[in-house]
Design a binder for this molecule. Structure first.
Ligand code: THU
Length: 156
């Protein structure tokens, strides 16, 4: 039997179309790009995580001459959020990126490793964590991490 997985997501053409909390988080992700340290790729990525109680934590990509030692913006933000606010749940994450810090036209899509880490914190929270990918003039919102990582590994 053939089966199909369908993914629902929302598309917006400006930040003004987002609901207020999402818009704020998207704007924070754009601000967070300023924290990028990307001397090799020159691709600046910012991430903003909203925790329960409307606490927002920033992250930005950090590169290193020993390439695998660097870290993406999303995991920088999530690990910082978890380390500093272990009692809070992650409700949403927004991501923005672009060459030399200029927001790219296409939305910033998180890498596979960052999706897996999102999945873990969503499972820990026991409720959906939304993912907002911000581009210049196009924004995508996924209501839960499962939508960008179908068949999530979480079995240990
Ligand atoms: N990067 C992120 O920060 N997030 C992603 O989801 C994909 C890639 C960073 C890693 C590296 O510093 C730069 O973008 C180019 O790959």
């Amino acid at each position: 039997m053939d089966k199909q997985i369908n993914i629902k997501y929302h598309e917006y053409s400006s930040l003004a179309e987002l609901e207020p909390a999402d818009r704020t988080l998207a704007e924070e992700a754009i601000k967070a790009m300023q924290g990028a340290y990307a001397p090799y790729s020159h691709f600046h990525v910012g991430a903003a995580v909203r925790l329960t109680g409307d606490v927002i934590v920033h992250g930005a990509n950090q590169e290193n001459a020993a390439f695998p030692s660097g870290l993406c913006a999303e995991r920088t933000a999530m690990f910082s959020a978890s380390a500093n606010h272990p009692e809070k749940d992650m409700e949403s994450i927004a991501i923005a990126g672009g060459v030399h810090g200029r927001l790219a036209k296409s939305p910033a899509t998180p890498c596979g490793a960052c999706r897996q880490v999102m999945a873990q914190y969503q499972t820990k929270a026991g409720k959906p964590m939304s993912v907002i990918m911000v581009g210049d003039g196009i924004i995508w919102k996924f209501d839960r991490v499962d939508d960008i990582l179908p068949l999530i590994f979480d079995s240990i």
